[in-house]
Design a protein around this ligand. Structure first.
Ligand SMILES: Cc1ncc(COP(=O)(O)O)c(C=O)c1O
Length: 501
């Protein structure tokens, strides 16, 4: 029969559908089809197993009969099930996959290999993500993009050439575990001075960016099924990595003081807490001192690790720079992450993680075993870029450019407040959020903006769990300063029209 001996097929299917491992917009019939197909392909439903009728499944699952008919029809067309009058629908004896295995004679005859069906694992399906996620197309206001034109290309080329002029053999080999030592030193000096991070060079590891840093933490500190708190809304890149590692994502709301855990959250302590305290992504809130203390004390008392993602704190336009959460930590429970994607350019694919002293050696070995480091020449050039002061100069320059763009955008978008939208005050970062009323379809508003050639992201797509705030995430780093006002006017018109209709 089936491995689902203790469960009826409809009970199992109900749980499967509830677990929500599907892209948010996948239609119900496709979810039913996908669940059954995977169960057949994985031999959880074995050949000959009789499936319940579409009528009874529709009742049990509280779905329309048409939904079930559409799912069964597809399974039938693809050969996963067979139907016979009088004996209902059964799992086929020969599955479509088996037709695709080449027999030896065919292979030796040099015939072209049949294509394998693209059956992904659960992790693979999550990693590939929903089909309707924002495509990576840079347009004015695309969040997450830098001003590439401001990058000092000539200077960078000179530094790279310097490395190549007299390349040490070690530059052509795999890198050292933990990364190129001069770069680790340069980062340690920078973090000590600018971000009040408490550290020795030994604690700094070079990674290929924040996503790899998070992935490393998930692999080194958790097991499948462990709980992780994430902010809701949350940075998609972190969420994807944590999900694919099989962790149980528990959304914690964000209020005006940052991540705001309550009694409901404290009931089951997490293993990891992923947070963006300097500038919550995407809402832009700065975590208050009280909330920082609360998180640190809670993590220390429950043996949880805090992953502090400090992705854009260089771009603070007002007030004094904030200290890092890591700098306040007395118990060694914070892993601090930074990236060069924002200050240099995203394609540099370099970031770093500062781990507590006791973890440094294991993390270094783990990272080395999982992925041999490389790009030594670029790391060497970057170390000189920082040590010679170009990094700080470049940050100051970008800060001026982005501050002006932000102010222009805030000004031109101000009229949207008259139709119920809100522009929360925030003095840092590379994007701002226009909060929209709860009844508003922010996906639709983003589509309307796209029709005008403006790519902005709907805030609701960043929500985790049921409760999703509505709004638009508007990046201003990529748009040229002189284009901010005209483009901003178009966006303001789109928002006003959408909220007035
Ligand atoms: C919250 C957050 N963290 C980190 C990053 C950068 O990640 P990476 O270093 O992987 O490019 C981004 C990029 O947009 C981000 O929004």
């Amino acid at each position: 029969m089936t491995i689902l001996e203790s469960l009826t097929i409809s009970d199992w299917l109900r749980t499967e559908l509830k677990q929500g491992r599907f892209p948010p917009r996948m239609p119900a019939h496709r979810r039913v089809y996908e669940s059954i197909r995977r169960a057949i392909a994985n031999e959880h439903l074995t050949p000959g197993t009789r499936l319940p009728s579409t009528r009874s499944l529709a009742q049990d699952l509280d779905l329309s009969r048409n939904t079930l008919l559409a799912a069964f029809e597809q399974l039938h067309e693809e050969g996963y099930v067979v139907s016979q009058v009088g004996s209902g629908t059964r799992v086929a004896d020969t599955l479509p996959e088996s037709f695709l295995v080449l027999d030896e004679a065919q292979a030796q005859g040099g015939q072209e290999a049949a294509k394998r069906p693209a059956i992904l694992s659960r992790r693979g399906t999550m990693a590939a993500g929903p089909v309707d996620q924002p495509s990576h197309e840079v347009q004015p206001f695309t969040p997450g993009e830098d001003d590439f034109s401001a990058f000092p290309t000539r200077l960078w080329r000179r530094l790279l050439n310097r490395q190549w002029r007299d390349p040490q053999p070690a530059y052509l080999d795999y890198g050292h575990a933990g990364g190129h030592l001069p770069l680790r030193r340069a980062i340690a000096n920078y973090l000590r001075m600018s971000r009040t991070v408490n550290l020795t060079v030994e604690q700094v590891l070079i990674t290929s960016g924040t996503q790899q840093s998070i992935d490393l933490c998930a692999r080194m500190l958790t097991d499948v099924g462990d709980r992780v708190w994430v902010e809701s809304p949350c940075y998609w890149g972190a969420r994807r990595v944590l999900e694919v590692n099989g962790l149980d994502l528990h959304p914690v709301p964000v209020d005006d003081e940052g991540m705001a855990p309550g009694n409901r959250d404290f009931r089951r302590p997490p293993r990891l807490i992923y947070t963006t305290p300097s500038h919550q992504y995407p809402k832009g809130v700065v975590m208050s001192y009280g909330r920082r203390r609360l998180l640190l004390d809670y993590a220390a008392s429950r043996g949880a690790w805090i992953l502090e993602d400090d992705y854009d704190s260089e771009f603070r336009f007002e007030g004094r720079p904030l200290s890092s959460l890591q700098g306040m930590d007395q118990n060694g429970c914070v892993l601090y992450m930074g990236t060069f994607s924002k200050v240099m350019y995203p394609g540099i694919k370099l970031g770093y993680i500062v781990v507590p002293p006791d973890l440094a050696d294991s993390f270094k070995r783990g990272l080395y075993e999982l992925q041999r480091p490389g790009q030594v020449v670029i790391q060497a050039a970057l170390a000189e870029f920082i040590e010679e002061g170009h990094f700080s100069t470049h940050i100051r320059r970008l800060r001026q450019i982005y501050k002006e763009r932000r102010q222009l955008l805030q000004k031109v978008l101000a009229p949207v407040a008259t139709v119920g939208a809100r522009l929360p005050p925030a003095g840092s970062g590379l994007h701002l959020v226009v909060e929209l009323p709860a009844h508003c379809d922010d996906v639709r508003v983003a589509e309307l903006a796209a029709e005008q050639g403006l790519r902005v992201y709907p805030l609701s797509l960043y929500g985790v769990g049921e409760k999703r705030e509505k709004g638009l995430i508007v990046g201003y780093a990529y748009a040229a300063t002189e284009r901010i006002t005209p483009y901003g006017r178009i966006l303001a018109d789109v928002i006003q029209a959408a909220l007035s209709s």
